[in-house]
Design a protein around this ligand. Sequence first.
Ligand code: AMP
Ligand code: FE
Ligand code: FE
Ligand code: ZN
Length: 284
Amino acid sequence: MRIDLHTHSVVSDGTDTPADLVGKAAAAGLDVVALTDHDTTAGWDEAVAALPSGLRLVRGMEMSCEGRGDDGDPVAVHLLAYLFDPSESGFVAERARLRDERVSRIRTMALRMAEDGLPIDPDAVLDRAGPSVGRPHLAQALVEAGVVPSIGDAFTELLSTRSRYYVPKADTPLADAVQMVRAAGGVAVVAHPLARSRGRVMALGQIEELAALGLAGIEVAHPDHGADDVRVLTDLASSLDLVVTGSSDYHGDNKRIGLGEFTTAPAAFEALVDRASGTEVVAG
Ligand code: AMP
Ligand code: FE
Ligand code: FE
Ligand code: ZN
């Protein structure tokens, strides 16, 4: 059994349509794939309709949250939400708010760039993006305009949290997010908690508080985690009785990683499914 529980499509900041993504997941030899676009479920129906036989689909999402760093300052944290009821009204409203935050924040970042003379058209960036726009869409525009050679360079030079163009967004407080996912019958797994290449990371002490609120697991195997991170997080998960997952965080051409390069153990997957009551795993 090969299980990859974290992927992105064009509905957020990946480059494959949901239909292409499930096709590629089957071709990569996966048995289970989760579609986890940022702050939206807009890709779910297309992925279900295109699901190849033999592949199972976990309908999920990666939610933009705000946690705290070791210094107590706010830090962006991603929460994977699986198998929740997409019609639960409080959660629907919060997802819409997060997507609105994304639009206004990317517009402000693009305007700052344009004012500085960079060849970026804020409307064109927003028009090309799907329902959940993000910094990778700005990165693509910067590459296409010849400002930087690659998406990675766009992040290092112009889009990082240290950049003069960076604008934060008002994400969901982490504890509220875990409670919303649970209230919608879903299971919550904290995504790549030690991915330092993206900027500051959360203080791990928060994970114990989140476990008390119903957090189910920690994403441990991930392209942005080193061997030390994996050890620290494995120990933490075992001390708190949390499920350990692994996933590629596939973004198509926006990142170098392939589907199934990091995976989740079958027993961990079953433990997550057992705790969910919002939607079923779909079998193709
Ligand atoms: P945003 O959601 O708009 O804050 O943008 C964050 C997204 O940018 C993440 O979900 C990643 O997909 C992507 N990202 C972050 N850092 C990098 C990087 N160094 N290179 C490529 N993509 C990145
Ligand atoms: Fe992303
Ligand atoms: Fe993430
Ligand atoms: Zn992701």
